[in-house]
Design a protein around this ligand. Structure first.
Ligand SMILES: Cc1cc2nc3c(=O)[nH]c(=O)nc-3n(C[C@H](O)[C@H](O)[C@H](O)COP(=O)(O)OP(=O)(O)OC[C@H]3O[C@@H](n4cnc5c(N)ncnc54)[C@H](O)[C@@H]3O)c2cc1C
Length: 400
């Protein structure tokens, strides 16, 4: 009887899980394993680039790749996981409900920024978390040119000084000059709860972030917490106001809500605890990968972060191991010793670090060149060619 692997999500992790499972199934053609992906669109949305302009173009089609590799695609949204009956309920684009059975389920439904825990943020702040919301932000920024000149119009507040906030903030001085003109007196402020800019990073990386921010005129307000957001700006705890027509929210990222439908331990961000095979604790037939997985990367106490570099490799191992279970092949324990970061710093350039201790290896134009090659080539889907895609889908193929 044919066995079914069902993958929820066609992002970085879901796409690679599907390819890796298809690769292993292809290596055992006497067995019959079918691989199906369910997602709202057959496209990879390149979230790491959503701080850039022309955001609607930052997608890559997946249907030709799935066709070339024998992966079935169902266009829709999963609404309910039913582990007891090994099925998921999903709704198609016309709103019709369906049930889809599985022998192995791979949850790869990603994450989203949560704007609802600060008063007014949901209604008045923008974000760059998903294609639709990033497109709304881009339209808003462009429309500033047609608004009456004021401090509030010329000021952008970025809430949160993590990687997403930094990349957005340091991109903005040039973007605002393009939109408002070279002579406009623009202001970009990063509001950060920590005691200094980049406080959670290594000293070397922090120094680069501080230097680049200063050179581009990006201000940091540290030890600062947002109390509320309204149509005219933000109020900080302590009462300080910043007038702004553009407040961008980047903090409070949570794993996709489907994780809460599985009765298993989760981390504070909602990620499901998984073992080294990437099976969810207590469920041999359910795997979690990418931003929904809380997975140890090594034996030194490091865990996967919500990043593409982890999502891609987690996906390859999850797909391989789900197929291995059905094919009677030994699974591969997930390991990802290397950790690098490459942070875009706008007109200043970029910074590239290696290791969990974030040693700075490249800066400025050299790092920017690397950043471009990562975000416009490395993380894009492979060519729609079975041999090429399966070669890269091998979990043990060289990666960063
Ligand atoms: C602005 C921004 C900048 C970033 N910068 C970087 C960076 O520089 N470097 C880096 O490594 N990472 C970066 N990241 C993080 C990176 O984008 C994520 O870690 C990565 O996308 C996670 O991959 P994923 O496959 O788990 O989830 P996603 O890529 O989000 O894919 C999730 C998939 O699940 C689908 N889905 C969701 N819900 C359902 C449902 N109910 N039913 C069916 N399908 C569903 C979605 O449509 C999508 O196809 C950034 C993220 C953002 C938002």
């Amino acid at each position: 009887m044919r066995k079914q692997i069902l993958i929820v999500g066609a992002g970085f992790s879901g796409m690679w899980a599907a390819l890796s499972a298809a690769r292993l199934a292809d290596m055992h053609p006497y067995q019959t394993v079918d691989i199906t992906v369910i997602a709202p669109q057959p496209e990879l949305r390149v979230r790491p680039r959503f701080y850039e302009s022309a955001v609607q173009t930052l997608v890559a089609p997946l249907q030709p790749l799935f066709d070339a590799t024998g992966i079935s695609f169902l266009q829709g949204t999963v609404t309910q996981l039913q582990p007891a009956s090994k099925a998921v309920m999903w709704t198609d684009a016309c709103g019709e409900a369906h049930s889809q059975p599985y022998d192995r389920l791979i949850l790869a439904s990603g994450s989203h920024v949560n704007r609802s825990f600060v008063a007014g943020a949901h209604a008045h702040a923008f974000d760059l978390d998903q294609l639709e919301s990033a497109a709304v932000l881009e339209q808003h920024l462009k429309a500033l040119a047609h608004k009456e000149e004021s401090d509030a119009r010329n000021t952008v507040v970025v809430c949160g000084g993590g990687f997403t906030g930094i990349e957005m903030a340091l991109e903005l001085p040039a973007r605002l000059r393009e939109i408002l003109g070279r002579d406009a007196k623009t202001r970009v402020v990063v509001v950060e709860r920590g005691p200094q800019p980049g406080a959670r990073y290594s000293d070397a990386l922090r120094d680069v972030i501080v230097g680049a921010s200063a050179e581009l005129g990006v201000e940091w307000l540290v030890n600062a917490e947002v109390e509320s957001v309204d149509a005219c700006g933000i109020t900080l705890k302590g009462g300080q106001r910043i007038a702004s027509q553009t407040v961008i929210w980047t903090v409070g990222v949570q794993a996709n809500g489907l994780t809460a439908q599985i009765d298993a331990p989760r981390d504070p961000q909602g990620r499901l605890h998984v073992n080294s095979q990437l099976q969810v604790t207590g469920y041999d037939d359910i795997y979690a990968t990418g931003d929904v997985a809380y997975a140890a990367t090594d034996d030194k106490g490091h865990y996967a972060l919500m990043t593409c570099q982890h999502a891609i490799l987690l996906g390859k191992f999850a797909g391989n191991n789900a197929a291995a279970g059905l094919l009677g092949v030994a699974p591969l324990p997930y390991r990802q010793e290397n950790y690098v970061t490459c942070l875009d710093l706008g007109a200043w350039g970029a910074v590239y670090t290696e290791g969990w201790d974030q040693q700075v290896k490249l800066t400025r134009a050299e790092a920017k060149k690397l950043k471009r090659s990562i975000t416009s080539e490395l993380i894009y889907p492979p060519k729609a060619d079975k041999a090429v895609a399966f070669g890269i889908a091998d979990p043990l193929a060289p990666f960063v």
